[in-house]
Design a protein around this ligand. Structure first.
Ligand SMILES: Cc1ncc(C[n+]2csc(CCOP(=O)(O)OP(=O)(O)O)c2C)c(N)n1
Ligand code: SF4
Ligand SMILES: [Mg+2]
Length: 293
């Protein structure tokens, strides 16, 4: 049996308000402990906001600033610039946002921050919907997934935010998950030591929103990676691609069948989803190969 090992500096404390079993709290624990205590967190409305909590009951022992859903990356930019002006250029400014706050509502602020190459570490907890407000679809919701606002299944595919950010020539953008903790810690530490804008997209199965069993969060993230639904990869300076988990070892239905949001799918629907995953995987393999050549 393999155990997850990471240093725990006590930056994340008990008593938060995540749903029992949600791996977003574990993901925050991994991130803040990898970053350490010389850090400030900027958090827009989201499940992450209720997990981090507000003063004096915050579960983070670093300064935590709650901002608006539109403005997380802009707020983080301002916090970082003020720290630099006060002679603290090495303090890490972390943004802890959801996918609605990243792919949709906060995207203009994020795109502008990346274009200015602000020195922030932006984390997107991607639970593929507006989950804190009851589970509406976002542009991160995948094709065919049922949400509160797509009761017959979403008609359009998930937006490819990694490619969009890579097209900004961002210094570092990567995907990560608590189901592959060593890779996750390595990416946070690597990102922390790069100057400029860094973004990590972290997959979070929403137990309530996806219809996943309370004890299956880690299992579902591993299935997402193993089936190629959520490839673990990094892009540096918009051009250098690295696939971190290089095997796609199981059919997508192993992943889909764990979730109530996909219960309505026909065999043809599953075949179409599989075909989309195979195409994207082949594209990533080509990009990775081209980065090596
Ligand atoms: C401009 C704006 N619209 C709507 C809201 C209400 N709201 C608060 S949290 C939230 C959900 C955010 O979704 P996401 O960023 O994906 O985070 P999650 O709740 O899924 O963690 C919404 C819509 C808001 N605070 N501000
Ligand atoms: S609503 Fe979903 S993402 Fe939010 S804390 Fe609960 S299980 Fe986690
Ligand atoms: Mg969300």
């Amino acid at each position: 049996m393999r155990y997850i090992e990471y240093k725990d500096e006590g930056v994340f404390k008990s008593g938060h308000f995540a749903c029992a079993g949600c791996i977003e709290s574990l993901s925050i624990r991994i991130i803040v402990n990898a970053v350490g205590t010389d850090a400030v967190a900027v958090v827009p409305p989201s499940c992450g906001a209720i997990i981090c909590g507000g003063y004096p009951n915050s579960s983070l022992s670093i300064p935590t600033f709650h901002t608006t859903l539109e403005a997380a990356a802009a707020s983080a930019s301002g916090v970082k610039r003020s720290l630099v002006a006060r002679g603290k250029p090495d303090t890490t400014v972390l943004c802890l946002a959801g996918d609605g706050g990243t792919y949709d509502i906060g995207f203009q602020a994020l795109s502008s921050a990346v274009e200015r190459n602000e020195d922030i570490l932006y984390i997107c907890f991607d639970n593929e919907g507006y989950m804190n407000t009851g589970g509406q679809k976002s542009s991160s919701t995948p094709l065919q997934a049922v949400t509160g606002s797509t009761p017959a299944g979403k008609l359009t595919p998930k937006k490819n935010i990694v490619e969009i950010l890579a097209a900004h020539n961002i210094p570092y953008v990567a995907t990560a998950s608590a189901g592959h903790a060593e890779d996750f810690v390595r990416k946070v530490e690597k990102a922390k030591n790069i100057r400029g804008t860094k973004v990590l997209i972290v997959l979070i199965p929403c137990l309530a929103g996806w219809g996943v069993a309370d004890n299956a969060g880690i299992k579902v993230t591993r299935l997402a990676v193993d089936s190629g639904v959520f490839p673990l990869y990094e892009v540096e300076d918009g051009v250098k691609y690295t696939l971190n988990h290089t095997k796609k070892s199981m059919p997508v239905n192993e992943y889909l069948s764990q979730q109530k949001r996909y219960k309505h799918l026909s065999e043809q629907d599953i075949a179409e989803i599989q075909s989309g995953i195979d195409k994207e995987w082949a594209r990533l393999e080509k990009r990775t190969q081209a980065s090596v050549d």
